[in-house]
Design a protein around this ligand. Structure first.
Ligand code: 9MR
Length: 739
């Protein structure tokens, strides 16, 4: 509860049911985010509830017509209990209309042993409830649960200031953040910009020096105090050494008695990353042997070709009760550190690879990526993208079947597997999950784009894509609200999305650009996403795809009426991100109060908008903004680390993956060079992060540990903006002509 919210909370009357002894009340706090200052995470609700922050409290509309208290639950997991310790449990809550709820602290699994069980009488005006109990066991993962089901009529529940005090002090994790001068550890391009961030207690300007590898001072100046940065909780100052242009290796910046890690000033800094970020995809491939001579240290047998112990993916049935056919859905890329393959996420990934090519065809040649198809006369990036696009096509429901033309949402293991596990050793049954409108529109969009890009290399493949895109479009129009189940997250991610109007817009845009047909133009022009401000502060991603359509309409030649306004709108979006970046002492074009899952990809996608504004206008400020944004990814951040494997002195290398699992098995490799980590995630959903990072300020909600799947996974849709942006930065200002 923050200041602004205090007045609202005063509505809760205080009644202490069991006075809590002072000793327990003084113990350490065990609840994470009991005040809802940073949103609702890590609180969870059953699938029939939507948790929301309402005036500083967590609230939810509880549906009527459920039978049991446990038919609607709000809870938090992973609370450590110590046997024999006494705990004070308090919370404020209200019900409209009044209801009796159940407040439990219990074992999170069968037999759900209850250590505290209370039946608070909840009133409309609200009360504060206090209880004490002594833990009968030591447990790392007790559950706090509010059971709210069993009412014939719907009602609204709100709570605030949930606190469980007592027990052991939570483990304190101190990341090693190295020198307090934070730089892009890979380096800076000679033509700039060049900025760094100093973490210091000082609030007045300080002197800084730039030193060359020999330790000689080559430039100097004074810092700019920037106050306390909310994203890190640090008092910071910025250093601008942009006027120093001379290329060289091993520079350091010195300020406030601290020396930064070394960095280069050099042209061509992103040439290798442009290649490595794309090479990442070959080793994510399913259904093909990874050849060690192409990726030394990464060779492995083909995964999921129906060879025991694998059970897929050549003839995959639906989940029980689903369809009565099987599909051959071999191939494609594994989504992330799991062995799942998801159409919505595959869609944006393959699109961004194709878009990097479509932006500047000359920059991507045959042989660039050392993949099995190198030398076939087709640019490698298109060969790589095709590997995924063929898979997406195979997920389409065949003619003559129910929902023909729709795409199955995803295919993955029936149950979650452990780590490590090489793809070819996965013994789980594989299942197709029901078709969804979102998946179908991802297929329509990427197939339409593929149709125009592959036409000159393989006319038949291009035609197959266009036909699939048209079928998908028609099927989505006929089934516009088939949503993936948000609770369908066993054995694979849910990737649910309850609003597909943006996917409709993106698909219509791609179909229009490829065909020029009126139906698609009309759809685009009538869509609220065409003129609305779609430039979310948080960026775009797999679930927010209108931006992909708008960017392509602005840059890929087409004859849409009012196109100049479309282009202007991209520049307006870029201006918004530019303003966010200028206000941020770490130079980030992303500044929400809490960081999202995969924040690094959202940052990169905001950079894609600024890069596109550069392509459209040629204005240097947009290119400079993209360069500066990259500084954050490569080390100018609160943790003083690069989020790209192999880039920078201290870089992520233990990303969550079942096969790059060196942290668990030294016989396995780390992720390949050029692999992006998801990055800080305020909601810290995994138990490791919850144990070590509780209460973290956004930039600190990250740990380079293989078990932290919520902060440190790798995915195909996070490397795709990295590849796009690296290509942009590598071309060093060559601006493609946009028709
Ligand atoms: O990237 C996804 C993120 O946007 C979602 O919030 C999260 C929860 O649904 O899922 C993330 O995707 C994961 C997917 O569900 C399973 N494969 C790994 C993905 C990255 O962590």
């Amino acid at each position: 509860m923050t200041g602004r919210r205090a007045a609202a909370a005063a509505l809760f009357l205080t009644i202490a049911l069991t006075p809590a002894p002072a000793q327990a009340a003084e113990g350490p706090e065990q609840i994470v985010n009991g005040t809802f200052d940073t949103g609702t995470a890590p609180w969870w609700g059953t699938g029939n509830l939507t948790l929301e922050v309402d005036d500083g409290r967590l609230c939810a509309d509880i549906p009527g017509g459920t039978a049991n208290p446990w038919d609607a639950i709000i809870g938090q997991d992973n609370l450590p209990l110590v046997e024999g310790e006494t705990y004070a449990y308090t919370f404020a809550a209200s019900a409209t209309p009044a209801k009796v709820g159940r407040a439990l602290i219990q074992l999170p699994v069968d037999p759900w042993t209850q250590y505290l069980s209370a039946a608070p009488e909840l009133s409309v005006s609200g009360n504060v409830y206090s209880y004490t109990f002594t833990a009968p066991v030591t447990l790392p993962n007790a559950q706090v649960a509010f059971q709210l089901g069993g009412s014939a009529d719907p009602w609204r529940f709100c709570m605030d200031d949930v606190s469980l005090k007592g027990g052991a002090e939570p483990e304190v994790y101190e990341p090693d953040t190295g020198p307090r001068v934070r730089v892009n550890m890979v380096g800076y391009l000679p033509s700039g910009p060049k900025k760094a961030t100093l973490v210091t207690a000082e609030t007045t300007a300080l002197k800084w020096q730039l030193k060359n590898a020999g330790g000689r001072t080559v430039a100097g100046g004074v810092t700019e105090p920037r106050g306390v940065d909310a994203s890190s909780g640090q008092n910071v100052q910025t250093i601008d050494f942009g006027s120093y242009p001379k290329p060289g290796r091993g520079y350091t910046l010195v300020a406030d008695g601290e020396t930064s890690r070394p960095f280069d000033i050099a042209a061509g800094l992103y040439d290798e990353l442009r290649v490595d970020a794309l090479k990442f995809y070959y080793t994510q491939r399913s259904g093909i042997e990874i050849r060690d001579e192409l990726r030394p240290g990464y060779g492995r047998p083909a995964g999921h070709l129906g060879v025991a112990p694998n059970q897929g993916d050549t003839s995959v049935p639906c989940q029980p009760g689903g369809c009565d056919y099987t599909l051959d859905v071999k191939g494609g890329w594994y989504d992330a550190g799991d062995h799942g393959k998801y159409v919505v996420n595959g869609g944006i990934s393959v699109h961004q690879l194709m878009s990097a090519y479509e932006r500047d065809r000359g920059a991507f040649g045959d042989g660039m990526l050392r993949i099995p198809e190198s030398g076939n006369g087709v640019p490698d990036v298109l060969d790589e993208a095709r590997w995924e696009q063929e898979f997406l096509l195979s997920m389409q429901v065949p003619q003559g079947r129910p929902l023909a033309g729709m795409a199955h949402h995803k295919i993955h293991d029936a149950a979650w597997t452990g780590l490590p596990l090489l793809p070819h050793l996965d013994p789980q049954p594989r299942e197709l999950h029901p078709p969804s409108t979102a998946a179908t529109l991802n297929l329509a969009a990427t197939a339409a784009q593929a149709a125009r890009l592959y036409a000159r290399y393989d006319a038949a493949f291009a035609a197959r894509n266009l036909q699939a895109a048209r079928r998908a479009w028609a099927a989505a129009k006929a089934n516009p609200a088939l949503y993936a189940d948000p609770n369908d997250g066993v054995g694979g991610g849910a990737y649910s999305d309850g609003d597909v109007s943006d996917e409709f817009y993106w698909a219509a845009a791609e179909l229009f650009i490829t065909t020029g047909e009126k139906e698609f133009a009309q759809f685009v022009l009538a869509s609220p996403h065409h003129t609305g401000d779609i430039w979310r502060d948080r960026g775009f991603d797999w679930g927010n795809t209108a931006q992909l359509g708008r960017l392509d309409l602005a840059t890929v030649p087409n004859s849409l009426p009012g196109r100049s306004q479309v282009r202007r709108s991209v520049v307006e979006g870029a201006d918004k991100y530019l303003a966010i970046q200028r206000a941020h002492p770490y130079g980030m074009p992303y500044d929400p109060p809490d960081y999202d899952w995969g924040s690094n990809n959202l940052i990169l996608n905001n950079m894609v908008v600024m890069a596109t504004a550069y392509d459209l206008t040629g204005k240097e400020r947009y290119r400079a903004a993209v360069r500066e944004g990259m500084d954050y990814i490569l080390g100018r951040n609160a943790l003083n680390q690069s989020y790209v494997t192999g880039y920078g002195e201290v870089a992520s290398r233990n990303q969550h993956s079942r096969w790059y699992a060196r942290q668990l098995d030294p016989a396995l490799p780390n992720p390949p060079r050029g692999t992006l980590a998801g990055g800080p995630n305020s909601a810290i959903q995994d138990p490791l992060a919850q144990r070590l990072l509780r209460g973290c300020k956004p930039q600190f909600c990250y740990i380079d540990h293989i078990e932290s799947w919520a902060t440190n996974e790798l995915t195909i849709n996070w490397n795709s903006p990295l590849a796009w942006i690296s290509a942009f930065l590598a071309d060093d200002g060559k601006r493609p002509r946009h028709g």
